[in-house]
Ligand binder design. Structure first.
Ligand SMILES: Cc1ncc(COP(=O)(O)O)c(C=O)c1O
Length: 380
């Protein structure tokens, strides 16, 4: 799991050298805020997904607890990029953390008490393993999420994850992959480390950000991609029983990406396999990283901007050359292998396609697209 280097208090240093004292405030009182980010291996080189948004949320979390980070947002984002370069990684799960350091005990930190900042980059695959393809078996936890006026759920703070640990541990003990928590009012909130989406009669439903959830960046991305696909979505309060009558359910998160749910409390969801809307959203999401989905919102931040620009220009030339040809180019509907490869962040040697709106609609409705889309080699 360890990589050669991490970033700690302004410096890239060897993994083993980043240590803290046992009197560290965060160790005693949970006073840390952190992020979970992913770097994907794209055809244009490694790229962070929504780095600026993650950095912004890190600062917003710190602000809730009056933790002065001591670096600018730009400096933290730059450090994240540098770390991937230093470790020579093509893909990664990245964990920036800001925590109150060793400045004496006492719940309220002393004026000027130290704050430490570290960034780790790990080699992490699918968070819930093969559930990303087959679907996860989940349960509703007996543990509820903290009420909004207890621990603020929008702040991604270390202390919040005690609640997540109780939920996840209970689920694992019961033989489930993950636990879903209700909020203080008994309505659906979120998973131990994921946001929650349901599909009912073709409509997407998700609890609102006031439901004691972390306002997930993947959740926000899925909402945007759903709009691109022409899907209707409602953010609204949902009772527990909505899980038992949903046609499809999936969970979202940086670690969990888009993980389908195939059963809740041992009751099968739909046909017990990922449904067409979940699949279409997975395809649109993972397509961002292999070039099948256009990055319309500038969500990808390339680790090596110069190299990625050169590849992009080269590809533009190739595309122009392909378009200029009078013979019809080979067009391929993405096959199952390509989709699976996309799900695992692998690039395939086969010809991949950029699914357009019509193809994605076709995927949702289980139709085969009528026209052949433009082809594009995935080469990295
Ligand atoms: C409790 C909780 N909810 C939701 C999420 C999803 O958030 P994001 O998509 O920003 O990773 C996470 C993951 O960070 C989480 O820990």
């Amino acid at each position: 799991m360890n990589t050669a280097f991490l970033w700690h208090n302004g410096r890239i240093k060897p993994w083993a050298e980043a240590t803290v004292h046992v009197s560290t405030h965060a160790l005693h009182y949970g006073s840390s805020v952190f992020e979970g980010e992913r770097v994907y291996a794209t055809p244009n080189g490694p790229a962070y997904f929504r780095l600026a948004d993650h950095t912004q949320r890190l600062f917003e979390s710190a602000r809730v607890y009056d933790i002065a980070i001591g670096y600018s947002e730009d400096e933290i984002s730059t450090a994240c990029l540098e770390l991937i370069r230093a470790n020579g990684m093509r893909s990664a799960y990245v964990r920036p953390i800001v925590f109150r350091g060793a400045g004496g005990l006492g719940v309220l930190p002393k004026q000027g008490a130290p704050v430490e900042v570290a960034i780790m980059a790990l080699d992490w695959g699918a968070y819930l393993g093969e559930a990303i393809e087959k679907g996860a078996d989940v349960c509703v936890s007996s543990w509820h999420r903290p009420a909004p006026n207890t621990l603020p759920s929008w702040a991604k703070a270390g202390g919040n994850y005690l609640s997540s640990q109780l939920i996840a541990a209970e689920a694992r003990r019961g033989g489930y992959d993950e636990g879903i928590a209700l909020g203080h009012n008994g309505l659906l909130s979120e998973g131990a480390g994921e946001n929650l989406f349901l599909v009912k009669k073709g409509k997407l439903l998700t609890p609102p950000t006031s439901a004691g959830i972390l306002a997930g960046i993947t959740r926000d991305s899925v909402i945007a991609l759903a709009a691109d696909l022409g899907l209707t979505l409602e953010e609204r309060d949902l009772p527990r029983e909505a899980l038992y009558s949903a046609d499809e359910i999936f969970m979202t998160g940086t670690a969990a990406e888009i993980t389908p749910v195939r059963s809740v409390d041992r009751k099968t969801v739909g046909r017990g396999e990922p449904g067409p809307i979940t699949r279409a959203l997975q395809q649109a999401f993972f397509g961002l990283f292999d070039g099948r989905t256009e990055d319309r919102r500038g969500w990808l931040e390339y680790v090596d901007k110069e190299a990625s620009r050169a590849v992009a220009l080269d590809r533009e030339d190739q595309d122009a050359a392909i378009r200029g040809r009078t013979t019809s180019s080979t067009a391929v509907v993405p096959d199952r292998e390509d989709q699976q490869a996309a799900i695992h962040g692998r690039t395939t040697s086969s010809t991949a396609v950029v699914p357009d709106r019509e193809d994605q609609q076709a995927a949702i409705h289980g139709r085969t697209p009528q026209k052949e889309p433009a082809s594009m080699e995935v080469s990295a």
